[in-house]
Design a protein around this ligand. Sequence first.
Ligand code: G3H
Ligand code: 13P
Ligand code: ZN
Length: 316
Amino acid sequence: MGLTTTTDMFKKAYEGRYAIGAFNVNNMEIVQGIMDAAVETNSPVILQVSSGARKYANPIYLKKLVEAAIKDASNKGKNIDVVLHLDHGDSFELCKDCIDSGFTSVMIDGSKYSFEENVALTKKVVDYAHERGVVVEAELGKLAGIEDDVNVSAEDANFTSPDEAVEFVKRTGCDSLAIAIGTSHGAYKFKGEPRLRFDILEEITNRMPGYPLVLHGASSIPQEFVDMCNKYGGNIPGAKGVTEELLRKAATYGVCKINIDSDIRLAMTANIRECFYKNPEVFDPRTYLGKAREAVKDMVKHKIVNVLGSQDAMNK
Ligand code: G3H
Ligand code: 13P
Ligand code: ZN
């Protein structure tokens, strides 16, 4: 209970054919919104911190906010399993720093390197992490989109090879693997119809039964938030995400972790824009950040219940 690793969480999710939401946290309102949703739905949750989040908030604040959220939940009589995870760690040193400071899970993203370099870097992180009871997510294949300072164009993105995935997991001992099957980071994921390579996903799952896979770039970019942003002074025409149907299907194919960041950004921004537009006299940050926090909570609850299927997993 409380801060934990993903080991049991993923085992149960795999068997129950649901997924755990991994939500990016950057400030107090986001942590509170996500945790309130997890508490109200009795769902385990992964709170993930990118290196951009660390630079923005200072790592100590994020760690303490997560600890406070767990304590607050337990004060309400709810013991929610929470994983504190490093998102897209790009070096051994960064992973080490997070492991040493109490993260229960780290991602080493060596997807921009050659296969052999990715294996070597991932193995080094796995050895260090496992000695300290921390789990490691790795990535194979390239998603299109932007993460921190790395911008991968659609032409440079490439799908994960099932053969390589099997060899990679065997050689590195990583605990979960992020795969590229057509998702991408950010709010512009598809020009035409959203579609994912379920043939690749199915082959990887068949070759590694029981092994937890991770889907990055899995925001749905709800049209409601896009329209609100555009209506109240924003300019994000044509934003499009992965449909909820595709995500639900992925969760039944061995995807145990679904990463969501852009939907949090959109939920907050849409509501803050609306608040400013409708209430020009407002200048108390608690008014608009309070609305943003409520919007994060509602959005995360919707995901847990209608997309991920992890509600009540804390009771099972
Ligand atoms: O994968 C990217 C996540 O959305 C984190 O974004 O690097 O801007 O914090 P960030
Ligand atoms: P989105 O941009 O689709 O929210 O993806 C988030 C993510 O993959 C974080 O690692
Ligand atoms: Zn990602």
